[in-house]
Design a protein around this ligand. Structure first.
Ligand code: AMP
Ligand code: MN
Ligand code: MN
Ligand code: MN
Length: 281
């Protein structure tokens, strides 16, 4: 268990449950991750603390972000690796998405109210360590804490997943805009977990991968803790066909979650062109 790579993880800056410092320590000391990226949803606020913590270990730390965006009516996630957190365009989209998250939280709370689940807004915001980054995950944890649902999965299935009773779609930036913004901020763009979107048919995912490439995208996650391992060979084929580099990440959020521990998502296939070659300098 050493020299593992994990290019997709979350902290309390978004919907993870470990602080950036705790995450870096846990990934290195308990899981042997030596190349790691912090990729919180729509925020870079954890990056400085994570980078400072990483300096205490023999780790290569890559600053990242996981940007929410829209394509063909679905929310898609694009990871930016090696991002400059001070880029003006990036700061602007982060502010926009923060406002959208708060607006969406208000609308979701109104839905819950109509469903007989009252006063959930303050509880959900209370679950968020970063009050500028309220997530559906925080609503899920609030519902579990109140005893309204037995676990987070039921919270998503019943209320929070796309199309469920309290789901409110969000006006995230478009896929092409997300890619352009991230590239302008110096990041290598990575299509996150292609196998976990609402589009379950392979032809839909193929169309997404093509659109990502056409829009200037550079890499995709071939191995991800957020998609079944059966997607690995499909993703490798799509990466090669579309001349995209390959990335690998656990999408770790919390110790109690269903996803693998940091670095435990599995290795990239040997013939996969690693995204790290774009990041090494
Ligand atoms: P948001 O960005 O606020 O819309 O929240 C999306 C987050 O919710 C994802 O990053 C996951 O961490 C979590 N999530 C989405 N769907 C599920 C699900 N079915 N079960 C558990 N967590 C989920
Ligand atoms: Mn998440
Ligand atoms: Mn994601
Ligand atoms: Mn993620």
């Amino acid at each position: 268990m050493e020299n593992r790579i994990d290019l997709h993880m979350h902290s309390t800056a978004s919907d993870g449950t470990l602080t950036p410092e705790e995450l870096v320590r846990f990934a290195y000391e308990d899981n042997g991750v030596t190349v790691m990226a912090l990729t919180d949803h729509d925020t870079v606020s954890g990056l400085q603390k994570a980078a400072d913590a990483a300096r205490r270990f023999p780790i290569r730390f890559i600053p990242g972000i996981e940007l929410s965006c829209n394509w063909a009516g679905s929310t898609i996630h694009v990871v930016g690796l090696g991002v400059n957190p001070r880029d003006d365009g990036l700061q602007a989209v982060i502010r926009k998405h923060s406002l959208l998250r708060t607006q969406r939280a208000v609308l979701m709370a109104q839905r819950f109210d109509a469903l007989g689940i009252h006063d959930i807004y303050a509880d959900a915001v209370g679950m968020a360590r970063n009050k500028d980054n309220v997530s559906r995950s925080h609503f899920a944890r609030a519902l579990v804490a109140r005893g309204d649902v037995p676990n987070v999965q039921v919270a998503f299935d019943k209320y929070l997943a796309a199309g469920a009773a309290a789901f409110i779609p969000s006006g995230w930036v478009a896929l092409a805009e997300a890619i352009a913004l991230l590239k302008h901020a110096g990041a290598v763009t990575v299509l996150a977990h292609p196998g976990r979107y609402r589009m379950k048919e392979l032809w839909q995912i193929e169309a997404l991968v093509k659109a990502f490439k056409t829009s200037g995208g550079e890499a995709m996650e071939v191995v991800s803790g957020s998609q079944g391992s059966s997607y690995t060979s499909h993703c490798l084929n799509w990466a090669i066909e579309n001349h995209l580099y390959a990335s690998s990440g656990s999408d770790f959020h919390s110790l109690s979650g269903s996803r693998p521990r940091p670095g435990a998502q599995g290795e990239l296939p040997h013939n996969a062109p690693s995204v790290l070659t774009l990041l090494s300098q």
